[in-house]
Ligand binder design. Structure first.
Ligand code: SF4
Ligand code: SF4
Length: 419
């Protein structure tokens, strides 16, 4: 570990912007009330403003007269190795980078981005939790954090194609749309591959998968390493260019969508005529334009609700599309949880948290807020468009022995297709 490396990265990543952000903080505490980890555990260090305090201290101690005085007089202490170890836990094990805190801050402080900057310092100082680091290394070495090597990918496609009897084009030259799955879908929810292929084929989409851009998940983005984030982004972007597609569609993965749809433009070259969108957008477009027909009301019955993923709905803005689809499938049974849409509560498993064993107690504690929401609305089924959320829900339904069905949106659409 190098404390100086971490501090230099804080300064480099944030520059003067962090100063204006943190100087504006009035310590009102509203962000703490918005954070599911703070709400669920009451741990003071889990307050969002505390999670970014290392940035404030570093900036003040290096650049402000008052910060230097406080240091010289012993009122403040230099950032220590122990501080870095503590903050590594706060920003990786008790933060999903869900950005809800940023939404409620009356001063407009972009806490989510600042927390990502703290992660960048941790990554530079080699303080990424071991499980997350191992996943990054697997993705660098084998192309996938969950072991989706070339051979596994080929086997998976062959198996899904045969078992679900669905055509899954691979490396098709002349295709307009490149579809990129996440490793969670490929390894844990293979039915999603079949479902999305069925929908695209039914809509007459000219699409393909890529053997080189096999999966879209980006563990470099989770850990906060710009260098690794770019390596994983380039795997998708370069092969999209190689195939000559006009559009990349990210399937049910929120963090990957954030990395490719928004962050990529700030850290690497994205071809300017390449459209990047989410599968939820396509589903709603196909339904509203009549390109696919669904059995209306096929999910009427027990109450069905929708969990908004932080990166697809809150950040990505795909708020109405899943509701448009669910109102066709379950016009009488669809009910909203409260709060919802951009104000929704995170599932507790995003931002890499579900990959870190030590974070399990936090992850389960945060999910208890979702349980309360599900119970309040009387949900029998909860639907989502992010497979990372789906993994967290599936695991937590088992952990808490809940009587709730967890479903992916694309899967429900595929099940309701009229041939
Ligand atoms: S909500 Fe904003 S102003 Fe209030 S404590 Fe949090 S960061 Fe500071
Ligand atoms: S980004 Fe989300 S999880 Fe992280 S501190 Fe803010 S509200 Fe909490």
């Amino acid at each position: 570990m190098s404390t100086q490396t971490a501090l230099n990265t804080f300064v480099k990543e944030t520059g003067g912007w962090v100063a204006s952000q943190l100087e504006a903080c009035t310590r009102c505490g509203l962000c703490a009330e918005a954070c599911h980890f703070y709400q669920a555990t009451g741990v003071p260090e889990y307050a969002p403003v505390w999670k970014v305090d290392l940035l404030r201290r570093t900036y003040q101690q290096r650049f402000t007269l008052s910060g230097k005085f406080k240091l010289a007089l012993g009122i403040d202490k230099p950032v220590s190795d122990q501080d870095l170890l503590d903050w590594s836990k706060y920003v990786y094990e008790a933060c999903t980078v869900c950005n809800k805190c940023s939404m409620v801050c009356p001063m407009g402080i972009d806490l989510g981005t600042l927390i990502h900057d703290v992660r960048a310092g941790m990554a530079a100082a080699d303080l990424v939790p071991a499980d997350l680091k191992a996943a990054v290394e697997l993705q660098l070495k084998e192309g996938s954090p969950l072991g989706v090597t070339d051979d596994v990918f080929d086997d998976r496609l062959e198996w899904v194609g045969d078992d679900w009897e669905v055509d899954m084009p691979l490396d098709k030259k002349g295709a307009e749309t490149l579809v990129v799955f996440s490793s969670i879908e490929i390894m844990k929810f293979p039915q999603n591959l079949a479902a999305i292929a069925e929908i695209l084929n039914a809509a007459g989409e000219n699409w393909t998968l890529s053997s080189k851009a096999r999966e879209v998940v980006n563990f470099g983005y989770y850990e906060g390493s710009r260098e690794n984030t770019v390596i994983f982004l380039r795997r998708i972007l370069d092969h999209a260019v190689e195939l000559g597609v006009k559009r990349v569609v990210v399937t049910e993965c929120g963090h990957a969508y954030d990395a490719l749809r928004w962050t990529a433009y700030n850290i690497t070259d994205v071809p300017k005529d390449l459209e990047i969108t989410h599968i939820t957008h396509l589903l709603a477009e196909y339904v509203s334009s009549g390109r696919i027909k669904l059995k209306e009301g096929s999910l009427n019955g027990g109450t069905i609700t929708f969990h908004d993923a932080c990166k697809i709905q809150r950040k990505g803005g795909h708020i109405q599309e899943p509701r448009q689809v669910l109102k066709v499938l379950a016009p009488d049974s669809f009910k909203e949880m409260t709060p919802n849409k951009e104000e929704a509560i995170c599932c507790g498993g995003g931002g890499g948290v579900i990959a870190i064993k030590e974070a399990d107690p936090n992850r389960y504690a945060a999910f208890e807020l979702k349980i309360e929401q599900l119970e309040n609305v009387g949900a029998k089924t909860v639907v989502m468009a992010c497979s990372n959320c789906r993994l967290q829900f599936t695991d937590c339904v088992q952990h808490f022995d809940l009587d709730v069905k967890v479903a992916g949106l694309a899967q429900l659409v595929a099940d309701a297709l009229i041939e």
